[in-house]
Design a protein around this ligand. Structure first.
Ligand code: F0G
Length: 452
């Protein structure tokens, strides 16, 4: 009777360990100066708890490592491709499965074959690389998040939803060409919030009415399915796999970064229904990624993804996964620290504008908070605000993204202690100015100076 116990434990034990790197505050201060206060410029051994991203940073299981030994490295017709294809097909029902080295490669290939100058591609919210790849092909990446998404402080079960009215208005316009509609599950850019099955179904109906294909950005599909089971009527008794199969049944295609819910360190896929589109995508794949039975990956990587897609749908894993983010968020709230509500599936987003009201936007409050978390406790999060998005920034957030199966509850307790300590000394935290920045994607390489 496992059900009588309230503690949700990590559903794994640890077979292989990697040391953490303890540093003194003095060493971190020196590292910050050298890095120009840009946390992307730190060496990993200067970081104690690394919450920069949940992408490619997860731990693989013993079964995944074992499956890698079976990797068939044949250039063409690899048996590993067949196992990979069959795992993706079983989940998505999509007939054409094209392996790629990571999510953005799937985006690049798909958009190169479908987007013409001036075309509009709506999404609940585009992830940066999705937007950048559409814009690279001179398309317009349009975000249509639901109205609840803009209120960070009021919880709602499905803040990742798409605004159906605005989608319908867009598709009804005869002067605009929409080659496809996208849905990102979960919606990373607005706080890792899920999309309800009702919303997906409604988007599908609208797409049907205007004969426009629907694509899923499936990077965190399993976490989205878990929220559907927890929060949406009629799904309480479903398995994550059943929910995932229903979700993909509404799609004409999917792009996937397997670095998230594929539970691997590298890999992804593009899956499509349309035969002719698949042919064109495969031709481009051969040009830039590799032959269609490996697409930029080793056979062993394909094996690890096939196994990862199976493990990521285990209810015990997903329960622990969602609980970790919820626990971190609840402890932040208890300490009075404002975050986006509710917690996302893969991350907790601290509301730096609310925490540091004395630092104006031009002085990058979220950057200041992220630097403080590192300075105090060696915790590395990522700024999601005016440094990343410039004047287009909607919010000033610090994302604490949780790598999969990597940290234990005591690591999370430590993070909570560091966040709380930073919050207590918030009035002495100072803003920053940029002293050096590149023309594009400045958050990766800009250098900062702390204001006095
Ligand atoms: N779609 C979503 C929703 C993502 O979050 C990402 C990556 C991608 C596509 C691109 O996939 O990195 O494999 O090329 N997100 C990472 C993050 C980088 O930190 O959120 P990729």
């Amino acid at each position: 009777m496992a059900d009588q116990w309230r503690t949700i434990i990590e559903p794994f034990r640890i077979k292989s360990v990697e040391p953490l790197h303890l540093t003194s505050q003095e060493q971190r201060e020196r590292a910050l100066e050298r890095a120009g206060y840009n946390l992307f410029a730190l060496q990993s051994d200067e970081v104690l708890i690394d919450l920069l991203t949940d992408s490619g940073t997860g731990a693989m299981s013993a079964e995944q490592w074992a499956s890698m030994m079976r990797g068939d490295e044949s250039y063409a017709g690899s048996a590993s491709y067949e196992r990979f294809r069959s795992a993706v097909h079983d989940l998505t029902g999509l007939p054409h499965v094209i392996p790629v080295h990571q999510g953005r490669a799937a985006e690049r290939i798909l958009f190169a074959e479908t987007v013409k100058a001036g075309d509009v591609i709506p999404n609940n919210t585009h992830f940066d690389t999705t937007r950048a790849n559409i814009e690279h092909d001179e398309g317009v990446a349009l975000d249509l998040p639901c109205p609840e998404a803009s209120d960070t402080q009021t919880p709602a079960p499905f803040k990742g939803n798409m605004d159906l009215g605005k989608l319908e208005d867009l598709l009804a316009r005869p002067d605009i060409n929409v080659p496809m509609v996208f849905l990102t599950v979960t919606n990373n850019s607005i706080g890792g919030q899920p999309v309800s099955m009702a919303n997906i179904r409604a988007v599908r109906e609208i797409c049907d009415r205007y004969a426009v294909p629907l694509f899923i950005d499936a990077a965190r599909f399993a976490e989205n399915c878990w929220f559907v089971i927890e929060r949406e009527d009629g799904y309480e008794e479903s398995t994550p796999k059943e929910v995932a199969q229903e979700l993909f049944s509404y799609a004409d295609g999917a792009t996937m970064s397997a670095k998230k819910d594929g539970l691997v360190n590298i890999g992804g896929f593009l899956a499509v229904k349309d035969d002719e589109l698949a042919e064109r995508c495969r031709a481009l794949l051969i040009l830039t990624e590799g032959f269609p039975t490996y697409g930029g990956l080793a056979g062993r990587d394909l094996e690890a993804i096939a196994q990862g897609l199976h493990e990521v749908l285990e209810p015990g894993y997903l329960r622990y996964r969602a609980r970790t983010a919820a626990y971190l968020a609840e402890k932040c709230w208890e300490a009075g620290v404002p975050t986006v509500r509710p917690a996302g599936g893969h991350a907790v987003y601290l509301d730096a504008a609310a925490i540091l009201p004395h630092i104006p936007r031009e002085q990058f409050p979220a950057q200041a908070l992220a630097v403080e978390l590192y300075r105090l406790g060696g915790v590395r999060g990522v700024e999601v605000g005016s440094v990343m998005f410039g004047a287009a920034a909607q919010q000033e957030l610090v994302r604490l993204a949780l790598p999969r199966r990597v940290y234990t509850q005591s690591h999370i307790d430590y993070v909570i202690e560091v966040v709380t300590a930073a919050f207590h000394r918030r009035t002495s935290i100072r803003g920053f100015r940029i002293v050096d920045e590149p023309p594009f994607l400045r958050h990766f390489t800009a250098r900062f100076a702390e204001l006095v």
